[in-house]
Ligand binder design. Sequence first.
Ligand code: GLN
Length: 227
Amino acid sequence: KLRVGVLALQGSFREHMTLLRRIPGVEPVEVRTKEELDSVAGLIIPGGESTTMALVAERWGLIPELRSFAASQRPIWGTCAGLIFLANRASGMKEGGQALLGGLDCMVQRNFFGAQINSFETQLPAPPCLPRSSDASDTFRAVFIRAPAITETGEGVEVLAEYRLTEEEQAAQGHDSVAVAVRSGPLLATAFHPELTQDSRWHELFVQMVQQHAADAAAAAAAAPAP
Ligand code: GLN
């Protein structure tokens, strides 16, 4: 079975575990220690409160472990607060900031949607890469809770979903939409919370990324000469 981890320090990790359990061939693992982290082929960083999550990770000595996990190119998916963790640049952070993981060439604005309205949901177009086997609809339900938005993306960052701003927001922001789901190499990031819906397609997409990486790593190991 493919071991897929969910960082279980704080936030909506149980909901991610529940959705992962529905996917055949996957063994979901709650990750709190270096050993647990080492045992998984991919990691989900859930939503929650990014400052608190960073503090807990720091206190438990997990930041260097998470950095080396990311450096190993194993896939990581950050949802909401997890997206803030992955972004190279973030605004709206608390004084003192927090240890961020980085790696995703994006500018993230914390509480972008939280400023206007705490939480809301909307239907957004499903990107072509989203698996259609469990649900064939062309849209998905996007749940935003004090959510960040991606206001700039670097080269090599693929935008999977965008949110169109209201005219008022457009005037204030100077652009007409923000990215709310992106993919870049082994990193997937969403500003919304698929784990709070019954739709498992985003989890299936991430599991595909983890499967692909695990298969490539196994092939590379088989091709390498024995030490
Ligand atoms: N606004 C939260 C933060 O900055 C994120 C909210 C969420 O993950 N639902 O940490």
